[in-house]
Design a protein around this ligand. Structure first.
Ligand SMILES: CCCCCCCCCCCCCC(=O)SCCNC(=O)CCNC(=O)[C@H](O)C(C)(C)COP(=O)(O)OP(=O)(O)OC[C@H]1O[C@@H](n2cnc3c(N)ncnc32)[C@H](O)[C@@H]1OP(=O)(O)O
Length: 217
């Protein structure tokens, strides 16, 4: 750490023996970042929402830059590796606490796949109040990876992922996402997915995930 500051979190920055690019033994947690980490994530998302639609005066922009720079300095001082950060490992929070994903809540995992409620926010705007197509693919990639992990009980990477955009995917609306393994052929896991707004199909996914070999990055 360049400024000599020592964060309590960095004490957990230990090398974890692992089998590939995605670590099979990434420690999931409900505690990292403290009991209010979910509120912190929500504030970050709200910041992105507000920034997306804000038109600040030049004076307010100056003020915000200073405030955000101060916040960024505080966060830089507690930077940690991806395997131990709360973002991505807090399984009690929407999208495992990963603020880069459209927030989703997994509601069921069973033989029919992974079922989740996903809500695209203001900052996922593509245009005319619809979600950006790339953000729809992000949701599918993560929840498709989840379905692949369930199917093979291991880690995989996306080889391809195609999305058919069937109708507008609305913002700020809880949507029903389902992803499931259609077929497993050796290391190849063929994944399908849908996102619905009620009865209306918004988008469909067709993807191939490849199970990583031991030691594969
Ligand atoms: C409670 C907590 C739950 C936690 C859940 C966590 C979920 C997290 C979810 C996060 C999710 C995030 C996920 C992400 O974001 S992953 C990030 C995005 N993906 C990547 O960066 C992947 C980049 N590509 C690669 O690394 C390699 O190409 C891979 C690993 C994919 C395959 O290279 P590898 O050298 O290993 O394998 P191979 O080349 O011998 O191929 C093997 C077989 O596959 C067939 N093949 C390969 N590619 C294609 C293709 N494009 N179309 C059709 N077929 C294809 C191939 O013909 C062969 O078939 P066959 O000859 O055997 O029949």
């Amino acid at each position: 750490m360049s400024d000599g500051a020592v964060s309590p979190d960095t004490s957990t920055e230990i090398e974890d023996p692992h089998e590939g690019g995605f670590r099979a033994h990434t420690a999931i947690t409900t505690e990292r970042g403290g009991p209010r980490y979910g509120e912190f994530s929500e504030q970050v998302r709200t910041l992105m929402d507000r920034a997306r639609y804000a038109c600040p005066t030049p004076e307010l922009t100056d003020e915000l830059i200073d405030q955000l720079a101060a916040i960024n300095d505080k966060l830089a001082a507690v930077r940690i590796d991806e395997w131990h950060s709360p973002a991505g490992t807090r399984i009690d929070l929407p999208a495992r606490g990963n603020i880069t994903l459209p927030p989703f809540e997994v509601t069921d995992v069973n033989d029919d796949g992974v079922f989740a409620t996903v809500t695209f926010r203001d900052f996922h705007l593509g245009g005319n109040k619809a979600a950006h197509g790339g953000q729809v693919a992000v949701a599918f990639d993560d929840l498709g990876g989840y379905a692949s992990a369930v199917a093979i009980q291991g880690v995989s990477r996306t080889a391809y992922l195609t999305v058919q955009y069937r109708s507008i995917t609305p913002l700020n609306t809880p949507l029903q996402c389902r992803t499931w393994a259609e077929k497993v052929d050796g290391r190849k896991v063929f994944i399908k997915g849908t996102i619905h707004d009620g009865d209306r199909l918004c988008a469909e996914m067709d993807a191939l995930f490849i199970k990583l070999n031991p030691g594969q990055q």
